[in-house]
Design a protein around this ligand. Structure first.
Ligand code: ADP
Ligand code: AMP
Length: 214
């Protein structure tokens, strides 16, 4: 599998990527998770990314492209990968194309998860996130364990600062302006498959699996 999982914030990319990547035995590469970890560790990358992330803006292309170049060159990505949250702009997609061409590893699939805006706001306002493994919970639809710790790795769950309503609205605007154009970019290359992201998690997983070609 060499695939990209796209969709607005809260579409369920992280939730679904965990199942699809495990099933295909490839790494899930989530730029948001990598940036949050760098921020927590206070690395130069994390310090540079912080203000953009807190505002709901995109981190500059050059930073995220550099990060992906480095990550895709690691050994575990040689047999495939599932990108979650990258690319998010047309220049990022162009850079990915060039990189994969150099590696002679073209993309097989771009899956776009579609969810209406009202559902997104509900999902993000109730999201609780594991800062260690990235697993997402929802206070109503996927409740976390009673002790507030991640059921997969035991870390204390957090509410992401960018899941506040004002920031969610900023992120949706950024998605519409900068990321939605990727739909046409990948449709023109015959790679795009659109999947309905509303419904039980396992039904959405089945739809995504059915849409995969690689
Ligand atoms: P993304 O990675 O696209 O931002 P997440 O996978 O973190 O999205 O999911 C966002 C929120 O929506 C989380 O609280 C998650 O538990 C919840 N969620 C994910 N998939 C579904 C679904 N099919 N139905 C309802 N809620 C969902
Ligand atoms: P996510 O976890 O995918 O919702 O991403 C959280 C935040 O990280 C985004 O709002 C951006 O600030 C930043 N980010 C993640 N991926 C990218 C990307 N591909 N390009 C630019 N910024 C990104």
């Amino acid at each position: 599998m060499r695939a990209v999982l796209m969709g607005p914030p809260g579409a369920g990319k992280g939730t679904q990527a965990k199942f699809l990547a495990k099933d295909a035995a490839v790494p899930q590469i989530a730029t948001g998770d990598i940036l949050r970890k760098a921020r927590e560790e206070g690395t130069p990358l994390g310090r540079e990314a912080q203000s953009y992330m807190d505002r709901g803006d995109l981190v500059p292309d050059a930073v995220v492209i550099g990060l992906i170049e480095q990550r895709l060159s690691q050994q575990d990505a040689a047999q495939g990968f599932l990108l979650d949250g990258f690319p998010r702009t047309v220049p990022q997609a162009g850079a990915l194309d060039r990189l994969l061409e150099e590696m002679s590893q073209p993309l097989h699939d771009v899956l776009l998860i579609e969810v209406p805006e009202e559902a997104i706001v509900h999902r993000l306002s109730g999201r609780r996130t594991c800062p260690s493994c990235g697993r997402a919970y929802h206070v109503e639809t996927a409740p976390p364990p009673a002790d507030g710790r991640c059921g997969s790795c035991g870390s204390e769950l957090v509410t992401r600062p960018d899941d506040r309503l004002e920031t969610v609205q900023a992120r949706l605007k950024v998605y519409a302006e900068s990321t939605a154009p990727l739909r046409d970019y990948y449709a023109a290359r015959g790679l795009l498959r659109t999947v309905d992201g509303v419904g039980p998690v396992e039904e959405v997983t089945a739809r995504l699996k059915a849409a995969l070609r690689g």
